[in-house]
Design a protein around this ligand. Structure first.
Ligand code: NAD
Ligand code: UD1
Length: 331
């Protein structure tokens, strides 16, 4: 029988919501869970309205509501768990380390406890697990290092998943995202630009929205192409497609595998701002300030393993990322 039931954690959020919309369109059955710690009911109401037969939802905190979680497994009997739920702010993780470790690691452990060799696990990891590495681009074999509590929580989750894969036969894939940006054109979930963002794209959006014409750029003296930080920005649509490829792949692996989800293109802060201005006919100017604590100079992927083994490749351009990010906010 075809496996088609997915438990999507963090379904009310930016990436989990976009993923759930795409797989519901493809005919999968989705049981979503979320605690709304960093989101609201908007996605949920849309899914119930558009996919009444194939969508179900329960508000639970995965780190604490163990009995309710077990009931979801017993009732829904998922084939796949795609685990997006987690707290993701680097700066907040430094202020609230206990919360970040308990929430991110506790949620992952509680899910794994309910799994067996018949269920497959896909985990939202991050390029943050590679820490500050001068050897770029990063491959899946690059050394792992935590530079923040957030990073530490992701590494600990990956290690737990490894344990369950080897000792309990839970076949798993950890996807290490680089810098997801942009929005789906039909199903618009906007990355939060209202809640004092510190990421570059939401900050640019905030500037335009609030009529500010200057953005602070953190550092101009890195050893990079123009002195500003370089990153690997990836469109959320490409990112979501990487998950769909992983759902196929996870059924064929022996225990666990790791994949970078990035474009392999390194873009500086100046390049991103100038592409944003050009594509969206804006004129945001740069104000150089000190480096941001904890920032790395360069972080970009070698995406070859995902090309070769997931049969997946990011396709959408930086222009498209900038255009869709801004259009989504206007919608
Ligand atoms: P998001 O904050 O928009 O979504 C995460 C969702 O998880 C939220 O709806 C939140 O309420 C929910 N959640 C958190 N803890 C929970 C818990 N204990 N129980 C139930 N629900 C809980 O974030 P996102 O951008 O969609 O990120 C999804 C995942 O991808 C996260 O694990 C994040 O660490 C990872 N990631 C994101 C990025 C990025 O730039 N957005 C980069 C790398 C990795
Ligand atoms: C940050 C996190 C990372 C997380 C990622 C995606 C840190 C140190 N790292 O990565 O763990 O996975 O977000 O959520 O926070 N910039 C400016 N001005 C701004 C905002 C950003 O110049 O107002 C620069 C940064 O210095 C960096 C680049 O833009 O060079 C990208 O920053 P950001 O979007 O925050 O992503 P990361 O730092 O890659």
């Amino acid at each position: 029988m075809k496996k088609n039931k997915i438990l999507v954690t963090g379904v009310a959020g930016y990436i989990g919501g976009t993923f759930a919309y795409e797989v519901l369109k493809m005919g999968f059955k989705v049981y979503g869970v979320d605690s709304f710690i960093n989101s609201n009911r908007n996605n949920i109401d849309i899914f119930f309205k558009n996919f009444p037969r194939d969508f179900n939802f329960l508000e639970i905190d995965l780190a604490n509501d163990i009995l309710e979680l077990k009931k979801v497994f017993d009732e829904f009997k998922p084939d796949f768990i795609v685990h997006f739920a987690g707290l993701k702010s680097v700066s907040e993780s430094q202020e609230k380390p206990d919360l970040y470790m308990a929430n991110n690691v506790g949620s992952t452990r509680n899910l794994l406890e309910n799994m067996n060799s018949e269920t497959f696990f896909i985990f939202s990891s991050s390029a943050t697990v590679y820490g500050n590495n001068p050897n770029q681009p990063l491959t899946e074999d690059s050394p792992i290092e935590a530079t923040s509590v957030y990073g530490m929580s992701k590494i600990e989750c990956e290690n737990l998943i490894k344990d369950y894969a080897f000792n309990k036969g839970v076949k798993s894939i950890c996807l290490r995202y680089f810098n997801p940006v942009g929005s789906h054109q039909e199903f618009v979930v906007v990355e939060d630009y209202l809640n004092q963002p510190d990421n570059l794209m939401p900050k640019l959006i905030e500037c335009v929205k609030n009529g500010k014409n200057t953005i602070n750029v953190y550092g101009s003296d890195y050893k990079t192409k123009d002195g500003t930080g370089e990153r690997d920005y990836i469109h959320i649509i490409d990112l979501v497609e990487g998950h769909i490829a992983a759902i196929d792949k996870v059924q064929k692996i022996e225990n666990i595998d790791f994949f970078n989800l990035g474009t392999g293109q390194s873009t500086s802060v100046v390049e991103l701002i100038s592409t944003f201005n050009k594509t969206n006919e804006q004129n945001i100017k740069i104000n150089y300030v000190d480096r941001r604590l904890g920032d790395v100079a360069i972080c970009y992927s070698n995406p070859l393993k995902a090309h070769n083994e997931l049969n997946w490749q990011a396709k959408l351009s930086l222009e498209r990322m900038c255009k869709d990010s801004w259009e989504a906010v206007q919608k």
